[in-house]
Design a protein around this ligand. Sequence first.
Ligand SMILES: *[C@@H]1O[C@H](CO)[C@@H](O)[C@H](O)[C@H]1NC(C)=O
Ligand SMILES: *[C@@H]1O[C@H](CO)[C@@H](O)[C@H](O)[C@H]1NC(C)=O
Length: 355
Amino acid sequence: MTTLCVKNLVILLLLQAMLVSMVTEAASGNKVKRVKPPKPVKPVQELLTCTSRKSRCYMKRIKCPVECPKVKPKNPKDKACFLDCYSPKCEAVCKSRKPNCNGPGAACYDPRFIGGDGIVFYFHGRSNEHFSLISDSDLQINARFIGLRPEGRTRDYTWIQALGLKFGHHNFTLEATKTQTWDDNVDHLKLSYDGKELFIPEGHSSEWISTEGDIQVERTATSNSLTVTILDHAEISVNVIPVSEEDSKIHNYQIPANDSFAHLEVQFRFFGLSSKVEGILGRTYRPDFENPAKPGVAMPVVGGDDKYKTSSLLAADCALCVFSPNKVKDGHGSPLMEYGMLDCSGGGNGITCKK
Ligand SMILES: *[C@@H]1O[C@H](CO)[C@@H](O)[C@H](O)[C@H]1NC(C)=O
Ligand SMILES: *[C@@H]1O[C@H](CO)[C@@H](O)[C@H](O)[C@H]1NC(C)=O
């Protein structure tokens, strides 16, 4: 009787001990599993390298700034990392992927240009004609102007509707398509490469590269914005926009109700133009250029219709055009690029640029 009782007691005690140990284990297990707050993820700063021997940064590995760690940020609003291989500084900087109409190399509005020298000027040209913006031995960029002439005015009001690029033996065109009414969500870009229409699916970061790799096009928004890069020559950021009702009112353009005058706003960056570069915009990058736009004049208009008019979007036949893809390049590239990163601010005629 007593032995049975003791036996039962021992079993009971054993069971209890097991239970207690299980509970403690479970409790301590919970403790171990408690999740630590995640460490803040440090963005990976991409490394950039210039592979052109002409660059002062040739083969150096240069880190993107923390503020813009990526060359192609996922968010279209984020600034991108940019390394100008032809700047003497060899440092990566942050830049907006959209054209900056107040920066050097800009061609916006009824075309208002900011030259490589940082001077603001207007060139009106004529509606439905073509003019050379850049003409260098190995790069030609023409613009087609659209516009209208309200009754009683002495000149056309113009906008840039298309760009024609020639480099080596290749042609590339980029147009804003005509549309009666404007819708931001509809793409109004039309592209072609060597005479064939080029389709790049809509969507941020959607891109195309030529088989030779000498030209690359990347959308910088779902629609109506892109960047064209011609290897070692130029980077061109473009938006398609309509003439706004507000602008039409302010300037009394008298835009008809059946046309939104979709046009381009553009910013060019050039890498290694020669010192002989021509064109409405090109000549402002020459070291010896004296801008005819008088400082202090409210709207400095420069002429040159006769010197820069071409017979088509892809012709290099203007009076001062120097494009000749078979010729070896002369002149020097680098002195001009010091202008490349000018920082301009202000608006209208009050724009000032500093290095
Ligand atoms: C480029 O355009 C010019 C002028 O229209 C044309 O003569 C030439 O054949 C074109 N080249 C290519 C590769 O499409
Ligand atoms: C707009 O209307 C004018 C006449 O009022 C016409 O000449 C022009 O072709 C029209 N434009 C479009 C885009 O339909």
